[in-house]
Design a binder for this molecule. Structure first.
Ligand code: MN
Length: 199
């Protein structure tokens, strides 16, 4: 069994003008495809063959670095495409909104803390909104690590993530990561975040 590259759930240009079509095409068709292919190459014939990606991430500290990097890259990008949607972001609603208010005081406080995590991640990595029981916390991880990995500093269920590798924004935003992260909030798919929060 091998992992398959998930189709992008919308057109390359669907997130314009916030995320440009060329970035989306290269990011999905080249970067995400490479993580997927390299993950399959790394696990074929090993004891990990046939396990789910979540099962692999839960025991990642005992695996070769190629599985860590590419398994993370495979999972993280699947999440990333799904937590974005065209048509403008709505606000969080229902239990998710309540948990954001309970955990951070307000949506605005959450947004500031999430942005800070994204901007202070040195080099390449991700910022996360992480479910821990009924609560939410914010974290960031280097490279392609994520909160499902047994070696993560902050563990839990990732419900929202933003990719802050330069490949995610350099064509349109060059070095301006703050502008990219600000734009990201315009395409967050809060319905999908709520679905992941509900579990
Ligand atoms: Mn990426």
């Amino acid at each position: 069994m091998s992992f398959e590259l998930q189709k992008l759930p919308y057109a390359y240009d669907a997130l314009e003008p916030y995320i440009d079509a060329q970035t989306m095409e290269i990011h999905h068709d080249k970067h995400h495809a490479a993580y997927t292919n390299n993950l399959n190459a790394a696990i074929t014939g090993s004891s990990l063959d046939g396990r789910t990606i979540e099962e692999i991430l839960a025991i990642i500290s005992a695996q070769p670095v190629a599985v860590r990097n590419n398994g993370g890259g495979f999972y993280n990008h699947n999440l990333f495409w799904d937590v974005m949607a065209p048509g403008g972001a709505k606000a969080p609603e229902g239990d998710l909104q309540k948990s954001i208010d309970h955990s951070f005081g307000s949506y605005q406080n959450f947004k500031e803390a999430f942005t800070k995590a994204a901007l202070t991640r040195f080099g390449s990595g991700w910022a996360w909104l992480v479910k821990q029981g009924d609560s939410l916390v914010i974290s960031s991880t280097p490279n392609q690590d994520n909160p499902l990995m047994d070696l993560a500093e902050v563990k839990g269920i990732p419900v929202l993530g933003v990719d802050v590798w330069e490949h995610a924004y350099y064509l349109k935003y060059q070095n301006r990561r703050p502008d990219y992260v600000d734009a990201f909030f315009n395409v967050v798919n809060w319905d999908e975040v709520a679905r992941r929060f509900k579990g």
